[in-house]
Structures are given as structure tokens and as C-alpha cells.
Design a protein around this ligand. Structure first.
Ligand code: CA
Length: 430
């Protein structure tokens, strides 16, 4: 759930790091703990926790009024918050998750491992009837639904045990993106008000994503379906039918086209103009063929509508021709690595080949601090990145490309360690 980029779709901050379903924090801070008078056995850490807990209790009182004003009943609210505690672990994870970047090949190694492919084929065989029924109703291929399930919760085995109300309340109280999380918290209360589940069963990741395919509460309200017809939309329980159908309904809502690939690995011709790469340039496959772009077996890629060329690790890694469905998967999580992982895992579950191109495995991904330094240095050198936020978006890619061109590097727009070193003046200019 990279809610900072666009209207929050579904879950998965944790997925960027490849660890779905955070467990509940071990710190059980009792409501009765008060810092004054200070019991002699209470250490500094315990005092801080107790203080945070008191502030949290105060915030809940204020939020209760806001929730009731938005139509949540007092009964629903009080039942939902009866057992809520400040989830200290949630804050720790929220503060650290943005700082560590994985290179796409490291991410894909875990996301599309042989184990996950094998488990995906087994899950598809086990749930074939329901996945085929979902495919028939929503027009989304069973392998794609299975791949999202596999990436989000390892096919339902790691759905997360953090209480959703507690996690969202902690994040809303903490303040960073408070409005977003308060909106999700209200949505979670509406789900409880509607009777789809109970506070005890409403669990998920530390960031508020719930159930087999990690829906955020607002996405649940908009898109979840009762596929098995028992009167409740249950994405939390053992039976994955409702969750898998909800995922298909979500993808269909955002324009999934059955029969269209998410993308195809391609070979670029010598002298390919890297200005043509990136999601902003879209051409029919025939036009790409005229420019010399071919599938890995040398054939011309069939026409599946407007397509872009992506090189997620720059010129030294794999290149993909991506189609409209790529952008539909982005609604689940906009990170290129995530979308490629979902698409490639689906292809592998269906029996497709591995990615053929090599990755620049000798390199490492930039840390958050290094990404911000890169943006600062690019901006200072006259290549504006549109801000210094540590996120490599279109503006930063364009700035990297312009810098690369200026210093005689291949202008692939990839924010590599080499680019940062050049900006620091650590490498001789060619
Ligand atoms: Ca149901």
C-alpha cells in the first residue's frame, strides 16, 4: 500500500520488503499503568510506554466523537475499542520500512522463488474449482489471482495477526499520514458495523491490510464480495473464496483485460534510444517491432494495445514490454518490482519460463538516505528531481537520465550507485 503515490488501493507496504503479515507486537501495555506515582520497578522504557499509552487513550476519546459524528454507532465503536492497545511494534515498522531498498532482483528472488512457484501450482490445484468460477465471473485469470494471493500472504498461510483496529488507531494517532489512517480506521469500523466480521477476527498486517489478499478497509468497502453466498464477505477466515473473488473484482473494476499479458520480456536492439523507455511512452507492439524490439525468442510481440518498455534495473538488467494490465496490477501496489513479481509469478505458475536476462547482481540498491542524497545532488547540479523525498519517481528518473547524458553515461534513468558516485565526484568522468 504505497498510499503516498495515488489513491490508496490495496495493501502491501510490507510486501515491498517481502514480509507479509506482521505479527502483533509483544508489548502488552496495560491500561492501568500510569507513570505517576512511579513504581520502583518501572524502568525508563516502561515509563515512556505508559506515557505513550496515556496519550493514545486521550486520542481515542477524541476520535470516538469524530467516528460517531460520521455515523459509527457507539455500540460498534466501544466493542471495537474494548481490547485496543497501542501497537508499539507498528510504529517501529512504519518508521523503518521506507529506509531499506531491495534491488529488484533481490526482491524477485524471494517473491518468485521456486518454493513460491511450487506452492502456487499446488494452491491452484487445490482451489481450482473456485478459481475457475472466479475467472468465469470476473474475467481475471486464475494464475493472476493466485499470484497476488501468493505474494500477499504466501497463499493464505501468513495473513497477519495484528489487530486491525489497534494497528490503524496507532498509526492514525502517531500523526504521520494521520488523515489517511483515520480514514481507513473509520472504514474498518464501518465493516464491523455491517457485520462482515468481528473485532476479534479482524486481523492483518501491521499497516492495516487484512485477510488472504491484504485488503485495506476502504478497498474492502468498495470492492469485497460475498462469493460463497453465506451472507458475509469474509476475507479473514480459512476459506479463501471471498478474498480471491474480491481480488478479481478489484482488478476487473480497474480495467483488467482477460487474455492480455501484463508484460513480455523483450530484447532491445543495439542503439536503442533510451528516451523511448519508461511508462510515459506508449506505442503499439507493431511500432516497437519496427524499432527492432523483439521477444526473447526473436519473434515479434503480438499486439495487445498500447505498450511501454520498462528497464527496472537499467540497461544492464531485463527489459519488458508492458501492457494495460500492468497498470491494473499497479492499483494493488504501484512498485514496479511488485507488479513484475505478480505478473511473472502468474506466468511461472502457468508453466512459463524464467526471466532470461541477467541482472547486475554485483550492485546494491541505494538506501533511503542515499536516494535523498542523490536527489539533493541532482537538484544542486541543475537536474531538478521535484523534491527530496527518497522516492524514485518519474521526475527523479528524468533527472538521472539528463545527468547521465551530460556526463556521457548510458541514459537509462536508473538510479544506481554508480550515478550517485559520479555525482559525488568519486569516479573519473569519461
Ligand atoms: Ca461469504
Amino acid at each position: 500500500m504505497r498510499q503516498n503515490r495515488r489513491t490508496p488501493g490495496l495493501a502491501a507496504v510490507s510486501l515491498i520488503l517481502g514480509a507479509a503479515g506482521a505479527a502483533a507486537g509483544p508489548l502488552a501495555v496495560e491500561r492501568s499503568i500510569r507513570p505517576v506515582p512511579r513504581p520502583p520497578e518501572l524502568g525508563q522504557e516502561a515509563v515512556m510506554l505508559a506515557t505513550a499509552n496515556m496519550a493514545f487513550r486521550g486520542w481515542i476519546e477524541g476520535f470516538r466523537a469524530r467516528a460517531l459524528a460520521q455515523g459509527i454507532s457507539a455500540q460498534t465503536f466501544d466493542r471495537a475499542f474494548a481490547e485496543v492497545r497501542h501497537e508499539a511494534d507498528v510504529i517501529r515498522r512504519d518508521r523503518t520500512q521506507a529506509e531499506f531498498g531491495k534491488a529488484i532482483w533481490e526482491y524477485l528472488d524471494g517473491a518468485v522463488s521456486e518454493t513460491r512457484i511450487g506452492n502456487g501450482r499446488a494452491a491452484l490445484a487445490r482451489h481450482r474449482a473456485v478459481l475457475e468460477a472466479i475467472e468465469a465471473r470476473y474475467g481475471v485469470e486464475k494464475e493472476i489471482v493466485a499470484a497476488i494471493w501468493g505474494l500477499e500472504t504466501a497463499y493464505g498461510t501468513v495473513r497477519g495477526s495484528t489487530p486491525t483496529i489497534g494497528a490503524l488507531a496507532t498509526l492514525a494517532h502517531e500523526g504521520r499520514r494521520a488523515a489517511f489512517f483515520e480514514g481507513e480506521l473509520i472504514a474498518a469500523l464501518r465493516i464491523l458495523e455491517g457485520g462482515d466480521t468481528t473485532p476479534e477476527r479482524m486481523t492483518g498486517s501491521w499497516a492495516g491490510a487484512m485477510g488472504h489478499t491484504q485488503f485495506m478497509p476502504t478497498s474492502f468497502l468498495a470492492h469485497a464480495v460475498d462469493f460463497d453466498g453465506d451472507g458475509r464477505r469474509d476475507i479473514w477466515g480459512e476459506d479463501p473464496a471471498d478474498a480471491l473473488a474480491s481480488t478479481a473484482a478489484y482488478l476487473r473494476h480497474f480495467g483488467w483485460t482477460k487474455g492480455q499479458p501484463w508484460g513480455v520480456e523483450v530484447r532491445l536492439p543495439p542503439g536503442f534510444d533510451f528516451e523511448q523507455a519508461g511508462e510515459r511512452v506508449k506505442r503499439p507492439a507493431g511500432d516497437w517491432a519496427l524499432l527492432g524490439v523483439r521477444a526473447m525468442d526473436g519473434s515479434v510481440v503480438p499486439d495487445h494495445g498500447p505498450a511501454s518498455i520498462l528497464m527496472p534495473a537499467g540497461v544492464r538488467g531485463a527489459a519488458f514490454m508492458v501492457f494495460g494490465n500492468f497498470h491494473v496490477i499497479e492499483r494493488y501496489n504501484p512498485a514496479d518490482a511488485y507488479v513484475i513479481a505478480v505478473g511473472h509469478l502468474a506466468d511461472r505458475i502457468a508453466g512459463g519460463p524464467p526471466i532470461r536476462a541477467a541482472w547486475p547482481r554485483g550492485e546494491r540498491a541505494l538506501s533511503g538516505e542515499e536516494r535523498r542524497e542523490l536527489q539533493e545532488r541532482l537538484t544542486a547540479r541543475g537536474f531538478p528531481t521535484g523534491g527530496v523525498d527518497g522516492r524514485i519517481g518519474p521526475n527523479t528518473i528524468a533527472a538521472v537520465r539528463a545527468f547521465q547524458r551530460a556526463v556521457g553515461m548510458v541514459p537509462d534513468g536508473y538510479a544506481s550507485l554508480e550515478v550517485l558516485r559520479r555525482l559525488r565526484g568519486e569516479m573519473p568522468r569519461s
